[in-house]
Ligand binder design. Structure first.
Ligand SMILES: Nc1ncnc2c1ncn2[C@@H]1O[C@H](COP(=O)(O)OP(=O)(O)OP(=O)(O)O)[C@@H](O)[C@H]1O
Ligand SMILES: [Mg+2]
Length: 415
């Protein structure tokens, strides 16, 4: 029997398998060992997952796309249903369908059943709400049981990443593990030691954990609200003095988990009424079209693409012709930093809290281990590095360290 570790991420999911004492990530979509956490329900037929789900949606297939399902775990949405074709599905069912598929693909790779799992979890699913945290974990555990896992336990995602890091360390050191993902940013301070890595109880080597519910999807949202949504009337005045377009509509349109809420017909009626009262009806008309043609996910994908391209090349012109012929917006790196710098600062601020909780000074940290897609944002990385300026910076496997570490943990607990 194979034990496994499941990193159900806000943006990407991995499944680590422990075989003969060696952790490896299962191929989940063709050769790829990551599966984007996306599910597409076509009007008829079976759901699609990962890249295939996003491709079907982008190519204009009729149906419903869902992403960032993990963020639902820490919100009241988890007990709600969402329209899928002519039915309504509970979010728990949707998450179960997704994780069930990952399990099935992992079983194909392992060539046998997977019944024992260590599930990764952020340090906090929700900020400042221990009960909400416990609820989110319980829901994830219940979903895992429902789809057929029998032995289920949890580990903090940054602790899992530290186990992956520990494989490459000689000697002993104090490490700050930073996992900046799509939905949350998590930190652990851990005494890393190859010699002690085999011990069953490592609790005394874990000095502190900290986390905040900010991740790459928040960067996408802030960037979209500042650069894309104004083209759809965000911030524009109504004819009646002192009034402006309501902010909530734009927030919902720029947030993965709430986009589908705008497609119930009611939002469109509201927008059409606002269009008549708007001082810039041509902008609000674009908002109406985006909602009517269900372009919300296309916009959110465009914002994410812009963030990544600007991070990598310094500038981009985002083509919005799908909304209106000839429409585009240029975004520079400085603008991106302006609009998302406060988020990076809030993430880095958790490091101070983590150091305090561990009773350590920044200078005592030997190594900073970076994992998670959002560590590829230069301003995020710079803010984090500045908190521990003397530490050696080690780049982990951006998308795989947590899943690999969870497999190591699974081997220890169930092996
Ligand atoms: N080259 C890049 N530059 C900047 N951001 C990137 C890059 N590549 C991916 N990202 C971002 O990284 C995030 C996904 O990272 P990751 O897969 O580590 O998150 P996750 O594990 O799914 O989320 P979480 O751990 O928060 O639940 C997304 O927001 C994505 O836009
Ligand atoms: Mg992650």
């Amino acid at each position: 029997m194979t034990a496994c570790g499941l990193d159900f991420g806000t943006s990407n999911t991995t499944l680590g398998l422990m075989r003969d004492g060696i952790p490896r990530l299962a191929p989940l979509e063709g050769e790829a060992d990551t599966l984007p956490s996306a599910i597409f329900f076509p009007r008829s037929g079976d759901p699609l997952f990962g890249r295939a789900a996003m491709a079907a949606y982008v190519e204009g297939d009729q149906g419903r796309l869902m992403r960032a399902l993990k963020s639902v775990l820490g919100s009241s949405l988890v007990d709600e249903t969402t329209p899928v074709g002519r039915m309504r599905l509970g979010f728990r069912e949707v998450i179960g369908t997704y994780i069930g598929e990952v399990k099935a693909r992992g079983e194909a790779a392992a060539d046998g059943p997977l019944t024992q799992v260590v599930l990764g979890r952020p340090v906090h699913f929700v900020d400042g709400d221990p009960e909400g945290d416990a609820r989110a974990e319980a829901v994830l555990g219940a979903v895992a049981r429902q789809i057929g896992f029998e032995d289920i336990s949890f580990q903090f995602e940054p602790i899992a990443a530290s186990l992956d890091y520990e494989r490459q360390v000689q000697g002993e050191e104090l490490a700050l593990i930073a996992d900046i993902g799509g939905g949350t940013s998590d930190f652990s301070i851990v005494r890393i030691s190859r010699d002690r890595s085999g011990l069953a109880d490592r609790a005394s080597d874990i000095l502190a954990n900290e986390g905040v519910r900010i991740g790459g999807t928040d960067f996408d949202r802030h960037l979209s609200l500042a650069t894309i949504m104004p083209l759809l009337g965000h911030g524009s005045p109504l004819k009646r003095a002192g009034l402006a377009m309501p902010v909530g509509l734009y927030h919902d349109l720029a947030t993965w988990a709430s986009i589908n809420r705008l497609y119930d017909g009611k939002a469109l009626r509201t927008i059409r009424e606002l269009e008549r009262e708007a001082a810039r009806p041509e902008l609000v008309g674009r908002l109406a079209r985006a909602v009517e043609e269900e372009r919300g996910h296309t916009l959110a994908l465009a914002a994410e693409r812009a963030k990544i391209e600007v991070a990598e090349t310094g500038r981009m012109v985002l083509d919005l012709a799908f909304l209106e012929a000839g429409l585009s917006v240029g975004i520079s790196h400085d603008e991106m930093v302006d609009h998302t710098g406060a988020l990076a600062g809030r993430i880095a601020a958790r490091i101070g809290a983590c150091l305090s909780a561990a009773g350590l000074k920044a200078g005592q940290i030997d190594a900073l281990f970076l994992t998670g897609g959002s560590t590829r944002l230069a301003h995020v990385r710079a803010d984090i590095c500045a908190c521990v300026p003397l530490a050696r910076v080690v780049a982990g496997d951006t998308f795989g360290s947590v899943g690999t570490g969870l497999a190591i943990e699974a081997g220890r607990r169930y092996g």
